[in-house]
Ligand binder design. Structure first.
Ligand code: ZN
Length: 93
């Protein structure tokens, strides 16, 4: 809260404190305005183009994982059915 009355010196101290306590990026460094929070070297505000790229890549990886998992289930199901059918055939003979 800003005091109603403050001397120039008090105001300077308060503003200095606000600057020192200013928002830091995820690496604990001072956040440079106009730079990405996640990629402090990228002179674009968050989310920068690398953020977008990594987001898309993560989404693509998630889809690949889902496809892989589905393929694993299909393979296990096929294996199970094969064993089941083989067992049934043995039982019939
Ligand atoms: Zn970024």
């Amino acid at each position: 809260m800003t005091p109603l009355y403050e001397t120039d010196r008090q105001r300077e101290a308060r503003e200095m404190g606000e600057r020192l306590g200013a928002k830091a990026d995820i690496y604990g460094q001072r956040l440079r305005s106009g730079y990405c929070e996640v990629h402090p070297d990228v002179p674009e505000p968050y989310p920068c183009s690398i953020c977008h790229f990594e987001g898309e890549r993560a989404e693509g990886q998630r889809l690949l994982d889902a496809q892989y998992e589905q393929a694993m289930w299909d393979a296990q199901l096929a294996e199970y059915e094969q064993e089941h059918m083989a067992g049934a055939c043995v039982g019939l003979s």
